[in-house]
Design a protein around this ligand. Structure first.
Ligand SMILES: Cc1ncc(COP(=O)(O)O)c(C=O)c1O
Length: 405
């Protein structure tokens, strides 16, 4: 039995600020007390660097840091050595693009989509500029879902990489990653998945999906900021060149410039990592797994269906993704600029995101540049949705102007 009231008590932001309705979980999530305790535990009891010290607190930090790799590997079903810690999904996608660029040449093709976040567009655009690779766009329906029947048609021998969000950040489409990977592999292309909006919302099994790379940010799954996870098939990680060079990632170097790198995952983790953040991520992953990702997913879908059912009758709004079963709800209030509507909601203690949500080529699909995004998570409630919908129903051009007077 999913007990949302019990879950809410675990989150100090909810306990300390019961007046706030936080529907901006796509941007970042609240942190449960156990994550905060993991961070303060490190600061209070065993602050030290990792993989450098022989004394007791350093060894304790080593063990806690290493344990996160085990826990995340268990969460997404891979081997511990296939988990790399970077600073966020943006760093992960840049690492993948940089690493794979070494095997790309002019006129090779990379497939992405109009619904991608900047982090999964700009690293590939750089390769277009520097190497002359082609960027081709995967066919999507009006709510951003990959049209599988048309996908095969855009493959040819030039396609080397497919890089796609598992769940898109504005329309919330859950992409058919497994089927897409099967097609990509038949064409000898590698698959990278941006799971920023999927992690912590649904069960992810990288072995079953058979993807080559997958990444996410800790802060979007109740964990600390500043930690990103890169999963890669081990043989691919071993062949991939790291972006960052420095301490911790090399096995040896000499005065002639000969450098021997460590094996993955360490070869990608140059310099002192965000130790306490990585340790805090264990607490977040265990917290979510204890509740059960299937339960979280089912609860979120129920909340979303409730939100859509309450919003559809409102005639002052236009919703862009009413039929997607999951993910954020993106909409506009007719005749009102998205940021003004969000500012109005803020005066009612409601937190939503407005703007283009870093998905700056999505307007090619939905026809508008700016929207309001309400993104729900495991601790939101139907009562919050009732209050939210009541406030949204009151938004008019006159109301939003009045808040600026
Ligand atoms: C789908 C997607 N990819 C990438 C990112 C970038 O995440 P970060 O800022 O944590 O690197 C986001 C953030 O909203 C996202 O939603």
């Amino acid at each position: 039995m999913y007990d949302v009231e019990k879950i809410r008590k675990d989150f100090p932001m909810i306990v300390n600020h019961p007046e706030l309705i936080y529907f901006d979980n796509g941007a970042t999530t609240y942190k449960p007390q156990c994550v905060i305790d993991a961070l303060t535990g490190f600061y209070n009891d065993y602050t030290s660097n990792v993989e450098r010290g022989e004394y007791a607190t350093a060894i304790r930090a080593d063990q806690a840091y290493a344990r996160t790799r085990d826990v995340i590997a268990k969460m997404i079903h891979c081997e511990t050595k296939e988990i790399v810690f970077l600073s966020n999904i943006t760093a992960v996608l840049n690492q993948i693009a940089y690493g794979l660029s070494k095997n790309l040449k002019k006129d090779d093709t990379i497939l992405i989509s109009y619904a991608e976040h900047a982090s999964n567009v700009l690293p590939w655009f750089r390769l277009k500029k520097e190497l002359g690779v082609n960027i081709r766009y995967i066919p999507l329906d009006k709510e951003g879902n990959v049209i599988l029947d048309e996908l095969e048609k855009i493959f040819d021998d030039s396609v080397k990489i497919v890089s796609l969000a598992y769940v898109t950040n504005v329309l919330g489409s859950i992409q058919p990653i497994k089927e897409m990977t099967e097609i990509a592999h038949r064409h000898n292309a590698l698959v990278a998945v941006d799971a920023a909006q999927a992690i912590g919302h649904l069960k992810i099994d990288v072995r079953d999906l058979d993807v080559d790379f997958l990444g996410f940010s800790s802060h979007k799954m109740c964990g600390p900021d500043g930690v990103g996870v890169l999963y890669g098939k081990y043989e691919l990680l071993q062949k991939m060149e790291p972006i960052f060079l420095g301490g911790g990632m090399n096995a040896r170097f000499d005065i002639d410039g000969n450098v021997i790198l460590k094996d993955a995952p360490e070869r990608f983790e140059a310099g002192t990592p965000h130790i306490e953040g990585v340790i805090g991520l264990t607490a977040a992953a265990e917290y979510l797994m204890n509740i059960g990702l299937d339960h979280i997913h089912a609860y979120e879908n129920e909340l979303r269906a409730y939100l859509i059912q309450k919003m559809l009758p409102l005639d002052n709004i236009e919703i862009y993704n009413p039929n997607n079963p999951s993910g954020p709800v993106s909409f506009n209030v007719k005749e009102v600029f998205a940021q003004d509507a969000a500012s109005y909601l803020s005066t009612r203690n409601i937190c939503v995101r407005s703007g283009n949500h870093c998905a700056k080529i999505l307007h090619n699909l939905i026809g508008v540049d700016q929207s309001i995004r309400a993104s729900l998570y495991l601790y939101n409630t139907k009562e919050e949705i009732d209050r939210f919908v009541e406030e949204v129903s009151k938004i008019t051009l006159e109301e939003t102007i009045s808040i600026f007077l």
